[in-house]
Design a protein. Structure first.
Length: 149
């Protein structure tokens, strides 16, 4: 499955549906299940995460590996299952944003999709711009791999 790139803006319709960016749908072409997503509140406040079902399986595997009595497991189970919604992309390439997730990201008219490699974020456009500006400001201090000695 190809990675998800770019910034894409679309509008919510009166029923709460939004088109998933064509570039994202093209990246999933031929994948099985091709049009199933998991949406959940992000660990980053103010946005919703969208995961193609095959990529979301990593969270399920990590959760299954945790001890049943671990308090962290309870928090992750809520994030992975209780706060998440599995949905299908319709024939027109749209998803229906559940009310609780639209409220999480204060989505009312326009939405901004940000590619994140294996998944995407859905932001209110002004919040997306602020997030991008803040993360770009961090870029000069970021390192890949092991911390610098």
């Amino acid at each position: 499955m190809k990675q998800l790139f770019g910034k894409h803006e679309n509008r919510l319709d009166a029923k709460g549906r939004v088109s998933v960016p064509a570039a994202f749908r093209a990246a999933w072409k031929g994948a099985e299940p091709a049009m199933t997503l998991v949406l959940r509140p992000s660990l980053i406040a103010g946005c919703v995460e969208g995961w193609p079902l095959p990529h979301y399986a990593k969270y399920e595997a990590e959760l299954a590996a945790m001890d049943e009595t671990d308090p962290n497991r309870q928090g992750w189970a809520t994030k992975v299952y209780s706060d998440a919604v599995e949905l299908e992309i319709d024939a027109q390439g749209r998803i229906m944003l559940p009310d609780h997730l639209a409220a999480e990201a204060q989505l009312t008219e326009a939405v901004c999709f940000l590619g994140r490699g294996t998944h995407f974020h859905i932001w209110e456009p002004a919040a997306a711009a602020a997030f991008l500006a803040a993360t770009r400001a961090l870029a000069p201090r970021l390192t890949f791999g092991a911390p610098a000695a």
